[in-house]
Ligand binder design. Structure first.
Ligand code: SAH
Length: 367
């Protein structure tokens, strides 16, 4: 096994974590240590395509390089602390990170594809009124290695390494609030010598941090985009998604209109339905009118209720009425089926530890 923690310096060079390195960075690091750059491709293939973490088992590398890898690099991998299976086949994974913190990742089978729902932060600073993760506050950002590490661990645990799967950045955290590490993770996932994931198979869900959204529009690896809208007006959205007080509804819609979309793809607007709060026919009409300006579809998410969340899920009749009004305006609309509620793996139900500061204190910093 490669050691999972190394001392900071060996022979004057920093001991690097392979899990955090994009392939060009690994090539440069190999070169700086007197090895050939092209070995990075082999190492990527061992780690990501084959799930091998022991450099001793990387049999197409010379013995000298294998020894050097063990001495000069580490490879950190989250450890699987608990695995729970829902009656509907959804599985929730509690993963332990190098510093003892925990995150959750979720596997959702047959949606129709296999989907991994991955976290980007421990906790979240956005404090959305209906979300349990928001109650935790932000504990810390994940590294790229920890984001990709969830995919490595789930792929092995589920024996899916050779299969096609989708990734949604819809676990704990706000991906655009951890921009650099999230983008680095996407580039590692996209590497043709590793998981070789197309951006089409990845969906990034965000509350719409505007500067980061504008930056995302310029990236090479382009995920599908989902925007957590949840209300058609600033007044209501400001209550539910506090960051709206900084980046309002019309700013987000305009940014979405400018977002580069390939011919087939559309932006998804997520809309949590809360009984008596944002589920009226007027809300539906306003929502449909608003999103009609964007090549988009609407995904309605009936609230996953939880203790401590001061809202209720609307009745099925209200959900259907809302969906029908949106559809009658010519907008494509779907209702998200709640998965894994019995094991608290559903949207907004991921929570693992108490906050350091209150979520409200943290949000004050972001705003
Ligand atoms: N921070 C990102 C990623 C979270 S994705 C974002 O906000 O988009 C999780 C999705 O589930 C988001 O749309 C979020 O608003 C929604 N959600 C949060 N709590 C929920 C709950 N209790 N019931 C249903 N959906 C919820």
């Amino acid at each position: 096994m490669l050691p999972s923690k190394g001392s900071a310096l060996r022979n004057g060079l920093e001991v690097l974590d392979l899990a955090n390195l994009e392939r060009p960075a690994l090539e440069a690091a190999l070169e700086a240590r007197g090895h050939q750059r092209f070995h990075a491709r082999q190492i990527f293939s061992w780690i990501y395509k084959r799930g091998v973490t022991d450099s001793g088992a990387m049999t197409d590398l010379s013995r000298g390089l294998r020894a050097a890898l063990a001495a000069e690099f580490v490879l950190t991998t989250p450890t699987l602390a608990r695995r729970e299976v829902s009656s509907d086949g959804t599985e929730k994974f509690l993963l332990r990170l190098g510093d003892g913190r925990h995150i959750e990742s979720v596997f959702i089978p047959d949606t129709p594809a296999m989907t991994f729902c991955v976290s980007t932060q421990v906790g979240c600073a956005m404090a959305c009124a209906f979300c349990l993760t928001g109650k935790m506050g932000l504990v810390r950002n994940l590294t790229a290695g920890e984001i990709v590490g969830q995919v490595r661990v789930l792929a092995d645990a589920l024996a899916l390494r050779d299969k096609k799967f989708n990734i949604v950045l819809m676990g704990m955290g706000e991906p655009l609030h951890n921009y650099d590490e999230t983008m680095r993770a996407l580039r590692i996932l996209a590497d043709e010598h590793g998981f070789d994931m197309s951006g089409r198979r990845i969906t990034l869900s965000t509350v719409g941090l505007l500067p980061a959204l504008e930056r995302l529009a310029t990236e090479d690896v382009m995920p599908n985009l989902a925007i957590s809208l949840h209300a058609p007006t600033d007044l209501l959205r400001g209550e539910l998604v506090p960051i709206n007080r900084k980046y309002g509804v019309s700013d987000i819609i305009n940014a979405c209109r400018r977002f580069p979309l390939s011919r087939r793809s559309r932006i998804t607007f997520e809309y949590v339905l809360l009984a008596g709060v944002n589920d009226s026919p007027q809300d539906a009409r306003q929502l449909a009118t608003l999103v009609a300006a964007v090549k988009s579809k609407v995904n309605l998410i009936p609230l996953n209720a939880a203790p401590g969340i001061p809202f209720e899920r609307p009745s099925d009749e209200v959900i259907d009425r809302f969906a029908k009004i949106v559809a009658d305006h010519g907008v494509t609309v779907s209702v998200r089926k709640s998965r894994g509620r019995d094991i608290r793996a559903a949207c907004g139900q991921l929570i693992v530890e108490g906050p350091k500061k209150s979520a409200a204190q943290q949000l004050a910093v972001v705003l």
